[in-house]
Design a protein around this ligand. Sequence first.
Ligand code: HEC
Ligand code: HEC
Length: 387
Amino acid sequence: MRTTHMKLKHVSIGALALALIGLTISASARIGGGPVIELGDPHRSLSAEEMEQFLRGRKVFDRDFHRKDGLGTPDMNADSCRACHQDPVLGGSGGLDLNVSRFGRDHFGSGPFEDVAGGQMASKLRSPWAAGREEHDPTIADVYEQRQTPPVFGLGLIDSIPASEILANEDPLDLDGDGILGVARMLSVQGVLEPGRFGWKGQIPFSFDFIRDAMAGECGITTIPDGRGFGLVVDQDAVLDPELSQQDFDDMAFWLAELAPPQRGGSSDPDVVTGESVFGTIGCAKCHIPTLQGASEAVHLYSDLLLHDVMPPFFRGMAEPGAGVGMYRTPPLWGISLSAPYMHDGRAETLLDAIQHHDSEAAGVRQAFEALAQAEKDALILFLEDL
Ligand code: HEC
Ligand code: HEC
C-alpha cells in the first residue's frame, strides 16, 4: 500500500532529519560487517559537505513545483518527482495509478508503427484550454502503452558500467544458438554512439540525462542545456527559461548518482541458496546477469542492460529507432520485491506472474521454470525476494 501524497511529505521530512542522525549510527550498527545501508542512504560514506549536497539534491527530488516555477509546458504528468517515485521511500517505484502512457499508430496491429505528430508521451495533466494532441481519437492514435515507474536506487553504479562491458554480452545473431539475442540500445549523442542504460527501452544513457528528460516530460520544467540533447531548453509558459537552476540540477544529479542500490537480504535459508542456483541453471541469468563490472567496483544489478523481446506474439506497443515493438531493456532485479507490479506496463502483479509473462526470447527459460518441481519454483521466488 502506498501512503498518500500529503502523508509522504511528512515522512520524507522526518527521514531527512533521520538520514543525518542515521549516518553516524549505522556506521557502527553492524557487528563484524560493513555499515548497514538503508534504502535511500548514500552508497559510500560522504564528507559533511557532500552529505549536505546529497540532502539538498534529495529535497529537489521531493520538491513540489508550482506554476511560478514553470510547472507544465502547459502539459505535465505531476508536480514533483516524488509524486511517482515514492514507494516504499522517496526514490522508489510507483503503483499502476501513476503509470505514464504513450501512444502512437500501428494501423490496428497490422503495422508499421508510426509516431503521431508531437511524439509519444501522453500527459495526464493539462489545462483544458490547451490546444493539444487528440490521443484518444482512434483515427489519430490506435495503440497505447503504459509505463510503470521504476525505482532510482543505485543508478550511479549503473552509470559507471563502461560501454565495452555492456556490448560484450550482445548476441544479435544468436551465435550461441540459445534463442536469446540481446542488443544494446545505441543512441547518437553529440555524434557519438553510446549505449542506453536507463528507461524501459534503454532510451537514456546516463542518470543525469534522465533528470533533464524527466524534468521536461514529467513536470514540464526547462533545464540548462549541456549539449547532449536531453530535456527542454525553452517551453511555452510565461516563466523565464531555464526554470531549474544549475545548482538544483547539480544537487539532484549528485543525490541520484550517490544513492545506494537496494541491499541483499543475505538470508542463509537453504531454499534461497537453491533458488539462486535454479536462477542460473534454467537460464534467468542469461539476461539478468548477476554482476557487471563498474568503473571501480562490481555491480550486482541482475541485468545485461540489453534489449530483448520477451513479449507474447501479436504484442502491440511503442517502437523507437533502435528499439522495435516488444523490445525492452532487461530490468535490474536488485530490490525487486519492493517494486510490484512488474513488467513495463505493470501487467504482472507478483514475481511469479512476472516469470509467467516471459515469452519469445525467454519462452524456453519460462518452460524450464514450468517444468521445475514446486519446491524449486518456491525457492526461486524466495531468492528473488532476497535480492
Ligand atoms: C508521472 C510519474 C513520474 C514522475 C512525476 C517522474 N517519473 Fe521518473 N519515471 C517514471 C516512469 C514511468 C519511468 C519509466 C519511463 C520509461 O522508461 O518509459 C521513469 C523512469 C525514471 C528514471 C530511470 C530509471 C531506470 O532505472 O530506468 C529516472 C532516473 C527517473 N525516472 C527520474 C525522475 C526524476 C528526476 C523526476 C522528476 C523530475 C521523475 N523521474 C519524475 C515516472 C515518473
Ligand atoms: C531473454 C531475456 C530474459 C530472460 C531469459 C529472463 N528475463 Fe526476466 N525480463 C527480461 C525483460 C526484457 C524484462 C522486461 C519486460 C517488460 O518490461 O515488459 C524482464 C522482466 C522481469 C521481471 C520484472 C522486472 C520489473 O522490474 O518489472 C522479473 C521479476 C524477471 N524478469 C525475472 C526473471 C526470471 C526469474 C527469469 C527466469 C525464470 C527471467 N526473468 C528470465 C528479460 C529476460
